[in-house]
Design a protein around this ligand. Sequence first.
Ligand code: 4F9
Length: 225
Amino acid sequence: MRIDVITLFPDMFKGPLTESILDRAQKMELLELKFNDLREFGTGNYAQVDDSPYGGGAGMVITAPVLVEAIEAIEEKVKSEKLIVNSDPHRIYLSPRGERLTQEKVEGLAKDHEWLILVCGRYEGIDQRVIDGGWIDEEISIGDYVLTGGELPAAVLIDAVARQIPGVLGKDESAHEESFSESLDRKKEYPHYTRPEEFMGLKVPDVLLGGNHGEIDKWRKKNCK
Ligand code: 4F9
């Protein structure tokens, strides 16, 4: 899968997506991530990307011409370099107005699309005409809280989607994943323990030490939250 991110802060992504499983996925070329700086598409001497809102009010709005130019230029480049063939990008705008991201949604995105473009807003957001004009396929929110921009939500989406790409998780990791969603409500997790058996007077529940897998399963189901 290829994911192009459009952002004013490409460096925000360096940390969370270059470690561990996601780093391995990129080295194995199962995942190709590109962080595109929206500033490069700005206009005038100051490479302006935003303007004050019609109707007044605080903050700034990312302009339609700049954002649409960025989306179209990135699509064009990826297609002309044949980095993706036979597929159009699915374009997502990370927005508090969007539909809430769920595990079901994550699995659908991984299955249905070879190529995602993630648009990160800043300030008060983007000009509505980018959405209404058809340059965005869907708006997604990661939850009902206001952040300073769409970068952290985009990183969350990338992490969740990437681990659904076949081959990204190792054998052990995906085995856990499978048994996890098979035998338990996937929204829930049971408590975990590892050595030592006793820590500062706190003991591991007896049933987990006993090796009776029926009983262990029952205990885990009962203790899911
Ligand atoms: C986007 C919050 C997606 C939650 C973008 C400010 C956002 C957000 N989910 N908040 N800009």
